[in-house]
Design a protein around this ligand. Structure first.
Ligand code: FE2
Length: 271
């Protein structure tokens, strides 16, 4: 559970760093489970790439229907212009998402043991719901950049309620693309929404045209096992991984079921 000073710090900064949140056993179990899943995954069944430029996601059916499934998305640089893999399968995956918290017994049991909804309640949620999980790899040498964004852009409720719980499974630092955050930037308006377009596919709806403030981003260099809680309006970013070490992380997003979940959010889950 969070202390009062941790809650105040989250409210002031828009994020909170909690060290030693995940034990070594939990981290290893999550990473080993992901490895098994990738071993079992047939890469010829999908060529869905997680396009990170401006956080535009591949708007294909494989991605759009992944809200209540466990699916695999490639790093952009894992496949060359001729469609050939540039790296072995285990090193090609950008992320696994988005419902292993509900569908996979190992993920489910570890995540249920972390009492994440209780922290959501401490941070003001009435009815926290685990909506989306992602196992993020930031593969060595090719791990893609994730542009500056606010998570409520993608998981929009009225009023806004999304909170992200990001856990470092390995050390994260400037070399391997750690999180970077605009401290206090959660008080900015939501810039845009990523939503299903009426004509099919997805689109961004611009809500606020003003540019991002010129604030420097703070580097969140953290040790493996650290939890970073992210307010849904906090602008955050992560750079490419140009090092030879991966930067695995697991994240889960809560929304408040007391708020209205937009029917045109990209993620529509039936579970
Ligand atoms: Fe994010």
């Amino acid at each position: 559970m969070l202390s009062q000073s941790q809650i105040s710090s989250f409210n002031k900064d828009g994020y909170l760093v909690v060290e030693n949140f995940l034990g070594q056993g939990e981290r290893e179990n999550l990473m080993n489970r992901a490895k098994e899943m990738i071993d079992d995954f047939d890469p010829s069944s999908s060529h869905s790439i997680f396009t990170t430029n401006e956080q535009e996601r591949a708007s294909d059916e494989y991605f759009l229907k992944s809200g209540d499934k466990i699916r695999f998305f490639f790093e952009e640089k894992a496949i060359d212009s001729d469609g050939n893999f540039t790296v072995p399968k285990q090193k090609s995956i950008n992320k696994i998402g988005h419902a292993q918290h509900a569908l996979d017994p190992i993920y489910k049991s570890i995540i249920n043991g972390l009492n994440i909804p209780a922290m959501g309640r401490q941070l003001g949620m009435k009815k926290p719901r685990k909506l989306q999980s992602m196992h993020i790899f930031k593969q060595p040498n090719i791990g893609g950049e994730v542009g500056l964004h606010q998570d409520s852009t993608f998981l929009y409720t009225t009023p806004m309620s999304c909170i992200g719980f990001w856990m470092a499974l390995e050390d994260a630092n400037i070399e391997n693309g750690c999180l970077q955050a605009m401290t206090g930037g959660h008080t900015l308006p939501l810039k845009k929404r990523f939503k299903l377009a009426q004509t099919g596919g997805t689109e961004f709806e611009i809500l606020d045209e003003s540019p991002w403030p010129d604030n420097e981003l703070d580097l969140l260099e953290v040790k493996a096992g650290t939890l970073v809680i992210l307010h849904g309006q906090l602008p955050h970013y992560s750079a490419e991984n140009t090092s030879n070490k991966s930067r695995q992380a697991f994240s889960i997003h809560l929304v408040d079921d007391n708020c209205h979940y937009a029917e045109d959010n990209w993620l529509q889950s039936k579970i």
